[in-house]
Design a protein around this ligand. Sequence first.
Ligand code: SF4
Length: 97
Amino acid sequence: MTSTEISRVVPHVRQVDWRTSALCRTYRPEVFYPKQPGILTDKAKAICSRCPVAAPCLEHAMSPPFEHEGVWGGLTGEERVALRRRRQRIARRAASA
Ligand code: SF4
C-alpha cells in the first residue's frame, strides 16, 4: 500500500505524510541548515518556493516544540519567530475584541 493509500484509510497519517513529497529530500541537509545565512539560505528558500508541501512543512516547524534552526516552509528560524509573534498579536486582538 502506498503512503497515499494509507492516508485515505487512516486520515491522521496525513499529519506526517507530507514529508514523502518534500523537495528537500533530494538535497543535502546543509542547504537547509547553513552555517552562515545569505546565499545558502536563498538557495533553500528557492527550493521551498517550488515545494508542494511548503504549507504543512511550515506549520510543522511552527508547532511545539518549534523549530528554531534551518529553513522550513521557506522561512528561516528568525522569520518563523517573527511570524509566531504576528500570529500571537492577531490572536490577542481577536480575543480582546
Ligand atoms: S518547504 Fe522546504 S523545507 Fe519544507 S519540505 Fe518543502 S523543501 Fe523541505
